[in-house]
Ligand binder design. Structure first.
Ligand code: NAI
Length: 302
């Protein structure tokens, strides 16, 4: 089976460089019509010029593909709606949304301004919310949609100096969990991609030899698999240097403590048993926690 996107319309945010550019080129090379969105700002989110998006559009067109540019900031819902309206006017549908735009404002938490925290949340989380919201009704009406949120190992596992970025990236996992449930009956599948790649975001963080292995192009096949017709739903796919892994949000079996006077001490004493991963599950929805807890209580109380 060859994965193709003929007849499909894709929007890739932050596609003027780095990973987004590769995603846009990859989609176009397999037949998708692509909206190349990029604000064209600096790594910390300042300034803006449409030239980065236009250059990628030119690259796609000169390879025989179809693309249009958008200089919309994902933080501006009106501009995002206008971008989606442009895609609808040009091609009549939107099948794929890749939420990739992002910035960094790294600082240890003690030194971080709240303004830097809010801005990073605004670009990564609200930017993705705006784009999802702007395409959601169209995807529902089409009974078809594929959405990817770009999360990060910084959100999944933490990283010094990235409390704002990590919080925003993990919030995208939460957004994915619920949208994937709500979209299922309209065949809207929502997944997360956690990339590792040598881009301007990471160029100062790693030695040259490592950066060479971490070409953004090595991540893009993972993205394409997540937006293909037979894509999974609710997956968190990790991708870097040509390797792919999955991350899961799991729940241990735990144990029933009840409400004895020494419940606190019992929990403290049995923390290892509560944490035991041998019977852990990946819940299908948030209800699973309550179901597990009530079930254990009923069994224990008899
Ligand atoms: P990049 O800085 O090359 O790409 C981000 C793009 O987003 C830039 O072209 C920028 O102009 C654009 N952008 C920023 N704010 C925007 C806004 N408000 N509206 C529209 N476009 C905007 O960096 P890279 O590495 O390609 O990052 C792509 C995504 O991957 C980001 O979400 C990033 O957080 C994520 N990521 C990257 C990792 C890496 O190892 N490079 C690791 C984990 C996640």
């Amino acid at each position: 089976m060859i994965v193709r996107f003929d007849g499909r319309v894709a929007i890739v945010t932050g596609a003027g460089g780095g990973l987004g550019r590769q995603h846009a080129l990859g989609l176009a090379s397999r037949g998708a019509k692509v909206v190349v969105n990029d604000l064209g700002g600096t790594l910390d989110g300042n300034g803006g010029t449409p030239s980065a998006a236009l250059a990628v559009v030119e690259e796609i067109r000169s390879a025989g593909g179809e693309a249009i540019a958008s200089g919309a900031s994902v933080t501006d819902f009106g501009a995002v709606q206008a971008m989606v309206a442009d895609a609808m006017r040009a091609w009549g549908r939107v099948d794929i949304l890749v939420n990739n735009a992002g910035i960094l404002r790294d600082k240890s938490f003690s030194k971080m301004d709240l303004a830097d925290f809010r801005l990073v949340i605004d670009v990564h989380l609200m930017g993705a919310v705006h784009c999802c919201k702007a395409v959601w009704d169209t995807m529902r009406a089409q009974n078809y949609g594929r959405i990817v949120m770009t999360t990060s190992s910084s959100g999944l596992y933490g990283n010094f100096g990235q409390s704002n970025y990590g919080a925003a990236k993990m919030a995208l996992v939460g957004l994915m969990q619920t949208l994937s449930i709500e979209g299922a009956k309209h065949d809207i599948r929502v997944n997360c991609l956690a990339p590792t790649a040598a881009t301007r975001m990471t160029e100062n963080l790693m030695p040259e030899a490592v950066l060479k292995l971490l070409e953004p192009a090595a991540v893009t096949p993972g993205l394409l698999a997540l937006v293909a017709e037979d894509a999974p739903n609710r997956a968190i796919l990790c991708a870097g240097a040509g390797s792919f892994e999955r991350a899961h949000v799991t729940l241990t079996e735990g144990l029933f403590v009840g409400q004895p006077a020494d419940a606190v001490e019992r929990i403290a004493r049995q923390f290892a048993a509560i944490s035991d991963r041998s019977a852990e599950t990946v819940p299908e929805s948030g209800n699973a926690q309550g179901t597990l807890e009530v079930g254990k209580a009923m069994r224990a109380l008899g």
